[in-house]
Design a protein around this ligand. Structure first.
Ligand code: BTN
Length: 328
């Protein structure tokens, strides 16, 4: 049995946001009432808020959308033959899970979790996510070449996410180098998605990448308060309602597309698309280097390896390989 199987089956019933009695859940699922009571306690221990009211039963604070392996695999269509898709109920980090298991998992394994409890962000940060509020997934890609040929990979994943935004009707999104997806919400650029790529293997012969994607789906105010930067979600910036299963399948399709092209052409064929999608066009930005040093200037171009070319205030162009861009 999958970890938290009864808990997540119970959650699927509660996901409509209405009251359901323990007895009714037990009958529907074919488990004992004690198992359902334990399942509810397991969910509470995972910080899932559940109201219990005598004679009425259990209820979530609001309706939520839970991921379904069946729906995602169906939406993948033919690609489901190529991708090894796994849906977990709970995991600390989908990246960590895939990094630990990469030797035993086939190429193009995709792991998605309904709840991620200790997500990793870029530059040692924590990626905040909560049940029904975030899409958290990782893709294992085994390259037939070494890590020295992966320059620009992280920007290419940003392009895949930007294409997904267009496909679901979010047209005011842009890319912050290297791969944050931002959305213009009331004249503020807010982060909607981030990417963390972790590499294993060799510089020259072969390597694997675990590509982690976190996308805010329906951020609650409580969750938003935990995030230390401007953030938004699909539901806040969309006028129509979205099915997270569809979005997961679109992310997989677009990432597989870009990775297949990247294997042939490397970063070169993506440069123009990235530049066209970039945030802060004609705007001065601040760049904080890994060392902490801050410089300001305009993003004028990308080098062929995906590094940023910044025209500084002193008129010189600096090539930047790692660090953080922010608006000023
Ligand atoms: C960032 O800092 O912008 C990168 C965020 C990446 C978060 C995702 S969520 C799924 C995957 N698993 C993790 O632990 N992190 C990535």
């Amino acid at each position: 049995m999958k970890q938290y199987e009864i808990a997540f089956k119970t959650l699927a019933i509660l996901s409509d946001g209405l009251f359901h009695s323990g007895e009714m859940i037990a009958n529907e699922l074919g488990f004992s009432r004690v198992s359902i009571w334990k399942a509810i306690n397991d969910l509470k221990k995972l910080n899932v808020e559940i109201f219990s009211v005598r004679k009425k039963g259990y209820r979530l604070p609001k309706a939520i959308k839970i991921l379904s392996e069946k729906k995602i695999v169906e939406a993948l269509g033919e690609l489901s033959q190529f991708v090894n898709f796994e849906l977990l109920n709970v995991i600390d980090s989908t990246n960590k899970y895939l990094l630990n298991q990469s030797k035993n998992k086939p190429h193009a394994t995709v792991v998605c979790s309904n709840l991620q409890t200790n997500g990793k962000g870029r530059r040692g940060r924590v990626w905040q996510s909560a049940l029904g509020e975030s899409i958290t997934m990782s893709i294992l890609w085994k390259f037939n070449f070494g890590a020295s040929q992966l320059s620009g990979l992280s920007l290419v994943i940003g392009i895949a996410l930007q294409r997904v935004m267009q496909k679901i009707g979010i047209y005011n999104s842009s890319l912050k180098w290297p791969n944050d997806v931002l959305v213009d919400a009331n004249d503020d650029l807010k982060k909607i998605a981030g990417v963390l790529i972790e590499l294993q293997g060799d510089m020259e012969s072969r390597c694997s990448a675990v590509i982690g994607v976190g996308l805010n789906f329906d951020l609650s105010t409580k969750q938003q308060k935990k995030i230390d930067q401007l953030a938004t979600s699909i539901t806040s910036v969309s006028s129509k309602s979205h099915d997270p299963n569809e979005i997961v399948s679109l992310i997989i399709k677009e990432i597989v597309n870009v990775l297949s092209d990247f294997e042939k052409t490397h970063f070169e064929s993506f440069k123009t698309e990235w530049l066209d999608s970039r945030a802060f066009k004609d705007q001065k930005v601040q760049f904080q280097k890994g060392s902490g040093e801050k410089i300001t200037g305009n993003i004028i171009d990308l080098d062929d390896d995906g590094s940023l070319l910044l025209l500084k205030d002193d008129g010189k162009i600096e090539k930047l390989l790692s660090g953080e861009v922010s608006s000023i």
